[in-house]
Design a protein around this ligand. Structure first.
Ligand SMILES: O=C1O[C@H](COP(=O)(O)O)[C@@H](O)[C@H](O)[C@H]1O
Length: 243
């Protein structure tokens, strides 16, 4: 698969990238709300995501966005205790969700060890939640990318990449700790109007180059995700250095 239609935006550094993505996110959400929609936004975990989330909190007061009318989902999650620092949802809450006031019923966190008996049950529960309350297509899906090209919790060489009959999968033995995770599947990730990749740092440069160059999805899972209307790779100079 070649990402010929993807747009690439290169920013000077991680700080500039974060400000640009946060501003664009707020602007898109404001547009949806002006049109009377309640947008469904999918968050990612990871280092650059945390910086972006803090920028979202900082820029929200000037944005006109009503975070009370946004549905928040997650592309993947670590199956750990609810208060673990490894939780993507915990990171997002601390960085911006609590500060901007997204109501609890609109934050669709994936189950923790307190909510589901095992990681398979956690994946099943999120699939049910998506079925009952999820949109046909997410409005904006944001994804970090690992140095190995993983996206959400779909890792190179793992069987979950080929799952097409589910919207979520359980992951065990993740090469990046913690080992147990829940991830959206490629077909569900691809049910998104806009897909935004958020990537910073030289360690990601090779993965970015290969994804945009059309690598096999089993080697670089990020190569397998595109938006229905839009795919944007938000990069800094370091992560763009292999393009
Ligand atoms: O484990 C994960 O890693 C990726 C990328 O994280 P980063 O720290 O290398 O930026 C992230 O997209 C994913 O949500 C997360 O669970």
């Amino acid at each position: 698969m070649f990402q010929n239609d993807a747009r690439v935006e290169v920013h000077e550094d991680a700080a500039a990238l974060s400000t640009a993505v946060a501003g664009e996110l707020l602007s898109r959400i404001a547009d949806h709300q002006a049109a009377g929609d309640v947008p469904h936004v999918v968050l990612t975990g990871g280092t650059i995501a945390e910086t972006i989330h803090r920028e979202v909190a900082r820029l929200t007061p000037e944005s006109g966005v009503d975070w009370g009318a946004v549905e928040v989902w997650f592309g993947d999650e670590r199956y750990v205790a609810p208060d673990s620092p490894d939780r993507n949802a915990g990171q997002a809450r601390a960085a911006f969700l609590d500060a901007v006031g997204v109501p609890a019923h609109r934050v669709h966190a994936m189950p923790s060890t307190a909510d589901a008996d095992d990681v398979d049950a956690a994946a099943d529960a999120y699939e049910a939640e998506l079925h009952e309350r999820g949109p046909v297509a997410f409005d904006i899906l944001m994804l970090g990318v690992g140095p190995d090209g993983h996206v959400a919790s779909l890792f190179p060489g793992f069987d979950q990449i080929d799952v097409t009959d589910r919207t979520t999968v359980a992951v065990t033995g993740s090469p990046k700790p913690p080992p147990e995770r829940v991830s959206l599947t490629l077909p569900r990730l691809n049910k998104s109007t806009a897909v935004w990749f958020l990537v910073s740092g030289e360690g990601k440069a090779e993965a970015v180059g290969r994804a945009l160059g059309g690598a096999d999805v089993h080697e670089i899972p990020a190569a397998g995700v595109t938006g229905r209307d839009e795919t944007i790779w938000f990069l800094d100079r370091a992560s763009a250095s292999a393009l």
